[in-house]
Design a protein around this ligand. Sequence first.
Ligand SMILES: CSC[C@H]1O[C@H](OP(=O)(O)O)[C@H](O)[C@@H]1O
Length: 352
Amino acid sequence: MSVPTPAPTLIRDGARVRILDQTALPHHRVTLDLDSLDAVAHAIRAMQVRGAPLIGATAACGVALALHDAADDATLEHALTVLGATRPTAVNLHWALDRMARVLRPLPPEARFEAAAREADAIIAEDIATNAAIGQHGLALIADIAARRPGPVRVMTHCNAGWLATLGHGTALAPVYAAQAAGIAVEVWVSETRPRNQGLLTAWELREAGIAHRLIADNAAGLLMARGEVDLVITGADRVAANGDTANKVGTYLKALAAADNGVPFYIAAPRSTIDFACPDGAAIPIEERDGDEVRVLHGLDTGGGTAQLRIAPADTAVGNPAFDVTPAAHITAIITEHGVFAPGALATLAS
Ligand SMILES: CSC[C@H]1O[C@H](OP(=O)(O)O)[C@H](O)[C@@H]1O
């Protein structure tokens, strides 16, 4: 059984960028056609598209869109600046924009739109292949557990690092999809991931794929590991530093601490494009601070025909809302990449 091909999260069609509006999921599948640079920037900032690889590819498409009508230097630099300012932590965004800049700056304006379209399409195609390779390397880890104990392999994940966060089958969920395709039974503990609750996206994906899963409150993760109900944890990443320290959705660090305390293997699944060798360690990773209303207000409530919000804290409640945290390399068993599985301190071979 092959891994089912998910619906595309991003389509570049000429000067149009079509996305799946993830703020409407899991209740409604809404596609949006973005027809301006500002619309693409808003979609990334507002997390209509989210997930490190996906926001990188979306930004690349945004550069192409911006150059469709005018491709002079000022237009190109404005597009790179606007898109680069949308979100600070996921290095894939900046990796993709740097790659577009390297290709486009040397070209004459008249050649830039087609070149930008080609490079954006290449980034998309590469991520699809990368996801598949991560899935196979992660599958080996799951198969090893399946061979050693009866019953389904119990995977815990955090946030959403599935096909909704990438261009293919995801990073953290790619091994889960590969296990299903290989006939290995898996069950997934899906952490809701306050405050934006991207765990609901993971639960939606897994229900669509027919993969057993249970949604849990973030704070239940430690007890499940202490009870021996988790065989491994796999999460995604937004930026891996050169020493293996890893930034991922806030709450990841707490799961890594609980995993270390209970002897549960803790894996990061991330493509090479998420490893930032210019960033020496976790302290150097910029952590995005998002609007306090993400904590004060529940978003995405199903109204049947759309979604609504519900305020749960007074508007003048002071809030801290870091969107990511950093897991030290010491608490990471290994990093699953498209090139193989690496100890967090052994990434240098990927630097070239
Ligand atoms: C393969 S997605 C990686 C990463 O991106 C997500 O962040 P966000 O939902 O804020 O874009 C989350 O941290 C995922 O693990």
